[in-house]
Ligand binder design. Structure first.
Ligand code: FAD
Length: 570
């Protein structure tokens, strides 16, 4: 794998127009010995990120005609669904990380890894600019060295960052739960809170303040952390800190009307009533306006009154925003007003050649779906009358559904009224067999669908499937060039090389504490309770990326059942 590095390094040092470009051999010293002439002929694939999307791409790539370089500031993969379990000591941090070099060393293809952060993407010259994540040993500078890497194909899988919505005081006073270090910090802070509250000479009020844990955001992460904390208090604090256990207060602040609002209503209802029974205070319709060192200020929906409450620790878990690298790239390619990097259904970044984006940093452009459906309309309108009966349209929807799983999800989910209902309503509820609509009317109705059609969720499940899909496309690139397997192109001739990406929703879990989990499985099948908790254990054990982490995670669970959590805070 070292050969690729040399090829890059030579190209880089020659072309460099940045003052401080490091030779790649500063990053891997043994590369030269392995350089081989074939390497330079191989197409250079650069992968940014070692999270779910990047790892899944690497694990599934098996075509040795590429020279792959991975660039990421983190030299390990984190199994994020178990991060909340690390916060209170149910699982150890080490158990849920896998060194990326362990993953790539098992590959039979040319892959090298660079511990660096990409700081700029230049699609015009097919280059990325990087900064070493740690200061290299031969410099005293804290700032890492900078270098360039050029690519033939770029895979952007850098994930997202926490979104503070510019709320004053969030940075600096709140904990986040995104990285493994965040989970470790929270764990330390939780234990420290109990030790601090147990010190002598503190008033009852002071102890209460220290033991007031606030979670901002009632999504799956906030809810799971609250449940973990409640379990920790009930099962371990009771024995370890009996004098302060009754002073603990957990508050969940949620801006909308319900927690877990992306789940089925039955789950939301169950979670809210469980939290009520568990003495977790859920404040719905409440917006955080400011956080100071000691107090958190909130405003109830529709009210001007601000309430300030003392707290000991806040976890901010309200959603994600784009990283500066992606914001800058989006501006460069004319996507500055979008929420995430827009791709087509083949995960190709719109307006950029040979650049792919997947996972939390990207979104498949739904607007395109509307355009394409309008195209289907035109084709079905064979006599060129400019109108189509709704009945005929419903018949051709099969074609649409086959192409767009998002439409299928929408159609099935009944989250919004059925598309045909929207159409017939637009025509005063006439019988759908007889009414005729013009293409413009169809387009308007489709825009309603479009605005209501949800983007794919920012989950590990999506990132993982996208990584595997893209690797399969890369594996069969040449083969499919000769024998395309995708649907016919709407514009231009022939077929697409590959099938478009199709997301298969396998269900989602929301652990609620007390060994109870809510599971929403495909087909809107809902299960809540101990049995779903066992399903959660078995699925998360099976989804581990290696046998090593699987063994560690399972042994942590067993250890916790037998000995309780480790409350040393180390
Ligand atoms: P990430 O996994 O975040 O990976 C991004 C990678 O890019 C990292 O390696 C990072 O170091 C690297 N990177 C960052 N900046 C740069 C740069 N400038 N240059 C190069 N590399 C860079 N999803 C589920 O489906 N189920 C769950 O139960 C679930 N639970 C979750 C619990 C928590 C606490 C969290 C935080 C998330 C959870 N998710 C869950 C969501 C899931 O983790 C994300 O959707 C998923 O990680 C997205 O994958 P990704 O590859 O896009 O990004």
């Amino acid at each position: 794998s070292g050969g690729s590095l040399i090829a890059y390094a030579e190209a880089n040092t020659n072309n460099s127009n940045r003052g401080h470009v490091a030779h790649a051999d500063a990053i891997t010293s043994n590369s030269i010995a392995h350089a081989d002439a074939n390497t330079s002929k191989k197409k250079k694939v650069v992968v940014l990120g070692t999270g779910w999307a990047g790892m899944s791409f690497l694990k599934n790539l098996n075509n040795s005609t590429y020279d792959v370089k991975v660039v990421s500031p983190r030299n390990f993969f984190v199994f994020t669904p178990l991060l909340p379990s690390v916060t209170c000591g149910k699982v150890e941090a080490r158990s849920i990380v896998e060194p990326i070099r362990n993953i790539i060393r098992k590959k039979n293809i040319n892959v090298s890894y660079c511990e660096a952060e990409c700081i700029k993407i230049d699609p015009a010259s097919k280059k990325i600019y990087c900064r070493a994540a740690r200061a290299t040993l031969n410099t005293n500078s804290k700032q890492g060295e900078e270098f360039e890497v050029d690519y033939d194909y770029l895979i952007i899988a850098v994930g997202a960052q926490v979104n503070t919505f510019n709320t004053p005081g969030v940075e600096g006073n709140c904990h986040f739960l995104k990285e493994i270090e965040d989970a470790q910090k929270i764990r330390k802070n939780v234990i420290e809170s109990f030790e601090k509250a147990s010190l002598p000479n503190l008033s009852e009020e002071e102890r209460k303040k220290i033991l007031h844990f606030v979670v901002v955001g009632g999504g799956p992460t906030g809810v799971e952390f609250s449940g973990e904390l409640r379990d920790f208090v009930n099962e371990d604090v009771l024995k370890l800190y009996p004098t302060v256990q009754h002073l603990v207060k957990i508050t969940v602040i949620e801006a909308t009307d319900h927690i877990l609002n992306m789940f089925d209503k039955r789950i939301t209802k169950f979670a809210e009533s469980k939290f009520l029974r568990d003495d977790i205070d859920v404040k719905l319709g409440s917006m955080v306006t400011k956080i100071t060192e000691n107090e958190i200020s909130t405003k109830a929906k529709g009210s001007d009154k601000t309430t300030s409450t003392p707290y000991g620790m806040v976890l901010w878990s309200t959603g994600i925003g784009q990283r500066p690298l992606i914001k800058d790239f989006m501006k460069q390619i004319g996507q500055g007003n979008r929420r995430a990097l827009a791709t087509d259904e083949w995960l190709r970044v719109e307006g950029c050649d040979n650049v792919y984006a997947l996972g939390d940093c990207a979104t498949i452009n739904q607007r395109k779906v509307v355009e394409d459906i309008a195209e289907i309309f035109k084709r079905a309108d064979k006599d060129n009358s400019g109108t189509l009966t709704v009945k005929k349209f419903t018949d051709i929807m099969d074609d649409v559904i086959a192409r767009y799983p998002q439409v299928k999800l929408y159609m099935k989910s009944k989250r919004v009224r059925n598309f045909v209902d929207i159409l017939t309503e637009a025509k005063g509820n006439a019988a759908k067999e007889t009414i005729e609509l013009s293409i413009e009317e169809f387009k308007t109705a489709l825009s309603v669908v479009d605005s209501k059609m949800k983007n794919l969720p920012a989950t590990a499940q999506v990132a993982n499937q996208q990584g595997a899909y893209l690797a399969k496309c890369f594996n069969r690139m040449e083969e499919c060039e000769k024998n395309p397997e995708g649907p016919p192109r709407f514009r231009g001739t022939g077929r697409h090389r590959f099938h478009p990406f199709r997301y298969r929703h396998l269900g989602q879990f929301a652990p609620l504490g007390g060994e109870k989990t809510a599971a929403q499985l495909p087909g809107d099948w809902v299960s809540i309770g101990h049995s779903s908790q066992w399903l959660w254990y078995s699925i998360y054990a099976s989804k581990q990326v290696s046998w090593r982490t699987r063994a560690l995670v399972v042994s942590d669970w067993i250890r916790r059942f037998i000995f309780g959590r480790d409350a040393s805070g180390i």
